[in-house]
Structure formats: structure tokens, C-alpha cells
Design a protein around this ligand. Structure first.
Ligand code: B12
Ligand code: SF4
Length: 446
């Protein structure tokens, strides 16, 4: 079978950037850079077939004058003549997945279109557009493999448990439960990064002259922050990989000196992380490492941060979320604001660059903005991000505020646009968030 797996482009919607003061614009995230690990894992699951992964984000970064999506796809379809097209979707990129599958169907209605990924897991019932044939929620390389087998054999997809078939009567879930698949353990499939050769020079972050990649040491998160999609995606479960499988993967990615651990929350089992770093040292693996670490971990276990720093940890992304305990409690963050201040000190003492992120709720008025600015100024980090508290579909927060949502345009669900009514006028709210991006110190270390 010829399988074409397409990573959709980024949503262009960014009201923080649009309304920010000119001097802040250069600091505001315009794009995040990284490999589509989900699609690479799916590619690895069907490697006996003729598989192509196409990263449209990488393509637009490599050649900005690449034609618009429809034209690009027409060229791709002509070139690869696929039997199956797979797309991956986060919420803000869902519309592009619809567009991709529509173009595929116009090109050849017999091509099977399959959707998966985070949005397919949290909101499978959104995939009603007739251009989608099959939706596979969850961590599903084994199920995708089965879909490919059935397509090749000309059988019925009804025999595959755990998928949604989009037919004449709409979306219908097949009967039964899929067989167990130990995604981070015995069944772990190493993402096949060889598919990304064309775009490797675009995977550079900050001032680094070297390409970076993502690699996950765990999936899911044991915490339950109300606004977060990740624990919902994994139904509150947390899956840890083995140290030795990580060593094997780290040894296989020599071309990537910078490695970002893609975990939701990297240091959950402290001893595991220390074992991994000890083994990296034994094996002579020297990488510049980027991780997401909760403030409470750094505040309570500075000894661990010191050891990780000695082993190559250079950048930490830390979700500060708020400077107010009552807000942190409301979000179920399970970590008080004081931990943010402590964590910054611990990271800085160890020469680690902190990228702290605050989320701004839509009901902030001038006084709230001033108080946040004052706090962020007192606790400056090298790079701070300020985004909008967004009710991502499928989260607890979405359920809590569903009736207050005024904008259902999924392209805006990327943390850079308020989709709820704001207390301040809409444009001023985004301008004020934009201004906050000026509160930071120093420059990137990588
Ligand atoms: C790597 C990553 C990226 C990468 C690559 C994404 C890509 N596709 O290009 C980059 C860096 C580009 C990225 C960008 C963004 N990201 Co991101 N990203 C992640 C991260 C850290 C890891 C995801 C991952 O690789 N998981 C591991 C893989 C193996 O799991 P998976 O993707 O779920 O794939 C499995 C299944 O879902 C399924 N599957 C996946 N795809 C497909 C396709 C088919 C056909 C099938 C059958 C199955 C299938 O099979 C896979 C294997 O089991 C997550 C946070 C996290 N820790 O989960 C955020 C996350 C997914 N990102 C998020 C967001 C919001 C963004 C941005 C919009 C952020 C921003 N404001 O800019 C941007 C989008 C683009 C931009 N503006 O630059 C949110 C999504 C929330 C939501 N509900 O939509 C997350 C959850 C982070 C968060 N804090 O909430 N991201
Ligand atoms: S915000 Fe971070 S700590 Fe909270 S549930 Fe999500 S990944 Fe876990």
C-alpha cells in the first residue's frame, strides 16, 4: 500500500501578535518548531509499506513561497498516488485536516482518508465531514496497521474495534474494544525520523546552529489541571518508557545535538530521571537538553535540578500559569505561586534558562494586568510567555465555561486568541497580553 501521512500547517490566527505593541512583536511566538512524533510513530507501525511523511510546517519554513495548501497537495497527490492518506490534528489545525481530506477526495475518491491525533482522541465526533473515512482515537499504531491490512485485503472496517467509520449514516463507532497496546513499554515504536531529512535544517530553535528534535520519555500526566488537554487525552494515566529504550533512541539521533523531551511533565519519577542521566553519562551521550519541569519539583528537589544541569539540561519550560494562589487552586495546579519564585532561583543557580509561561484569563481587568506585570517584573526569567487561558474542547475548563464561549472558530484555539468574552475590550485585552511579553531578561542560551 502507498501511504501518505500529512502534518498540517500551523494556524495563522494570533491576536496577541496582531494587537501587540510594535516593540513586543519580535518576542512573541510566531511558530513552534518540532517533529510530528505522532505521524512518525504511525509511519513506523507500517514500515513494510511504501510510506511517505510530509511535514507541511517544515515545507513552508524551508520554502516560504511554497504554493497554498490546496496546490501543494495537488502536487503531492500527483507525485505519490497514495492508496491511503493519514492526517494528524490538534484543535487549531483541525480545519486544515478537513481541507487536506477534501482535496484528497477531489483528486481521487477511492483514496482512504484516516484521521488521528489529539483532537481525534478528545473530540472524535467533530470529524463528520464526508471527506473523512475513518477516525482512530487514542494511541493507535496497532489499529492503524489493522486498517491498512483491511484496505489491502479489501475487507470490512466494521471488523476493527475502536474506530469510527464515517459512512452514509454519519459517524459510527465500531463494536468492541481494541486490543491492549503498551505504547511506552513493550510495544514502543521508535518514531522514524528518517522521513524528516528534507526539513532537518528547519528544525532549529533559538540561536542554535544545530537542528533539534523531540523525544518522549513518558506520555500523559498524573496531575489534572482543568485547562489542560494532555491528561484528558491519556485519561489521567501516566506511561513511563524504560531507561534502556531511551538510551537506544538517544544513540540513534546523532544529527540532533539539541533534544527536547516532549513529555507533558518530565520529572514525575525523580529516580527514573536520575538513572537516565547516569546512563547517558556512562554511554558518553552529550546533548543540550530541554524539558518541561513543574515549579514544585524544582522548589522541593533542588538536588535533582543540580544533577540534571550537570548532565546537559540547559532549558526548562515551566508553566507558572498564575501569580495568585486562588487562581492556581481554581486550575487544580496543585502548586502554590511561591514555588514559581523558588523554582526560578533554583534553575538560575544551576545555569538553566527558564521559559516561564503565564495564562491570562479573559476576565482580567486593568488592575489584574498591572498586578501580573508587577509580579512578572519582580520575578523575571530569561524568556516569559503570556498566553490566553483557552477552553480547549475536551477539557474540564471547556465544560465549566461552555456557555460563555463566543467564538467557535477552532483555528483560534492555540492559546493566542480569546474565544470568550473579555472584560476589557477585545483588542485592548490582546494588546495588554502582547505588552507583557516585554517582561523578560537576557537572551536565549541556545
Ligand atoms: C511535539 C509537539 C508539537 C510539535 C509538533 C506538532 C506537529 N504535529 O507538528 C510542534 C513543536 C510543531 C508543536 C506546535 C504546537 N503545538 Co504542540 N505539542 C507537542 C507535544 C509537546 C508533544 C506531542 C507528541 O509528540 N506526543 C507524542 C506522540 C507519539 O503522541 P500523539 O501526537 O498523540 O500521537 C499518537 C496518537 O495521537 C496517534 N496519532 C497521531 N497522529 C495520528 C495520525 C493518524 C492518521 C493516526 C491513525 C493516528 C495518529 O498515534 C500516535 C502514536 O500513538 C504536546 C504536549 C504533550 N506533551 O503531549 C504539544 C501539544 C500537542 N501542542 C499543543 C499546541 C497548542 C501547539 C501550538 C498551537 C502551540 C502554539 N501556541 O503555537 C503549536 C502549533 C503550531 C504553531 N503555532 O507553531 C497542545 C494542543 C492542545 C489542543 N487541544 O489542541 C499540546 C497538547 C500542548 C499543550 N500544552 O496543551 N507541538
Ligand atoms: S498543565 Fe502540566 S501539570 Fe497540569 S495536567 Fe497539564 S501537563 Fe500535567
Amino acid at each position: 500500500m502507498k501511504i501518505l501521512l500529512i502534518n498540517p500547517p500551523r494556524s495563522p490566527e494570533n491576536n496577541i501578535l496582531k494587537f501587540a505593541p510594535e516593540e513586543a512583536k519580535r518576542f512573541i511566538h510566531k511558530k513552534l518548531i518540532g517533529p510530528p512524533l505522532g505521524l512518525l510513530t504511525i509511519a513506523a507501525s507500517v514500515k513494510d509499506h511504501d510510506v511517505t511523511v510530509f511535514d507541511t510546517k517544515g515545507e513552508y519554513d524551508l520554502i516560504p513561497e511554497t504554493p497554498v495548501l490546496g496546490e501543494l497537495l495537488a502536487l503531492l497527490l500527483e507525485k505519490y498516488q497514495p492508496d491511503i492518506v493519514g492526517v494528524t490534528a490538534i484543535t487549531s489545525e483541525f480545519d486544515f485536516c478537513v481541507e487536506i481530506c477534501r482535496v484528497v477526495k477531489q483528486f481521487n475518491p477511492l483514496i482512504l482518508t484516516v484521521a488521528g491525533g489529539l483532537h481525534a482522541t478528545l473530540c472524535p465526533n467533530d470529524f463528520t465531514d464526508p471527506a473523512f473515512n475513518i477516525v482512530i482515537p487514542g494511541q493507535c499504531p496497532n489499529i492503524f496497521r489493522e486498517v491498512v491490512r483491511v484496505k489491502e485485503a479489501g475487507g470490512s472496517y466494521e471488523s476493527i474495534p475502536g474506530i469510527l467509520i464515517n459512512g452514509a449514516f454519519g459517524l459510527r463507532r465500531t463494536k468492541g474494544n481494541p486490543s491492549a497496546w503498551d505504547i511506552a513499554g513493550a510495544d514502543y515504536l521508535m518514531p522514524d525520523r528518517s522521513h524528516l531529512k528534507r526539513w532537518i535544517d528547519t528544525y532549529k530553535v533559538g540561536n542554535s546552529p544545530f537542528p533539534s528534535t523531540y523525544l518522549f520519555t513518558s506520555l500523559g500526566c498524573p496531575y489534572k489541571c482543568t485547562f489542560c488537554s494532555i491528561w484528558s487525552q491519556f485519561k489521567g494515566k501516566y506511561y513511563q518508557r524504560s531507561v534502556e529504550s531511551l538510551i537506544t533512541e538517544l544513540k540513534s539521533i546523532d544529527e540532533y545535538p539539541v533534544v527536547r523531551f516532549a513529555d507533558a511533565n518530565t520529572v514525575v519519577d525523580e529516580e527514573f530521571m536520575l538513572r537516565l542521566f547516569r546512563r547517558m553519562e556512562e554511554e558518553g551521550i552529550h546533548k543540550t537538553i530541554v524539558m518541561d519541569i513543574r515549579a514544585d519539583v524544582a522548589a522541593t528537589r533542588p538536588d535533582i535540578i543540580e544533577k540534571l544541569a550537570r548532565g546537559g539540561l540547559k532549558v526548562v519550560i515551566c508553566g507558572f500559569e498564575s501569580f495568585r494562589d486562588e487562581e492556581l487552586k481554581k486550575y487544580h495546579k496543585s502548586s502554590p505561586a511561591i514555588d514559581n519564585q523558588e523554582a526560578v532561583k533554583v534553575f538560575e543557580k544551576n545555569g538553566i534558562m527558564v521559559r516561564g509561561n503565564y495564562v491570562v484569563p479573559p476576565d482580567y481587568d486593568v488592575k489584574d494586568f498591572d498586578a501580573l506585570a508587577e509580579y512578572a517584573d519582580r520575578n523575571r526569567v530569561v524568556y516569559a510567555g503570556y498566553t490566553v487561558l483557552t477552553p480547549m474542547p475536551g477539557t474540564v475548563y471547556h465544560k465549566q465555561v461552555e456557555d460563555q464561549i463566543i467564538d467557535r472558530d477552532y483555528r483560534k484555539y492555540n492559546f493566542f486568541n480569546s474565544v470568550m468574552k473579555t472584560t476589557l475590550p477585545h483588542d485592548e485585552f490582546h494588546t495588554r497580553i502582547g505588552s507583557l511579553w516585554l517582561i523578560k531578561k537576557g537572551t536565549d542560551v541556545i
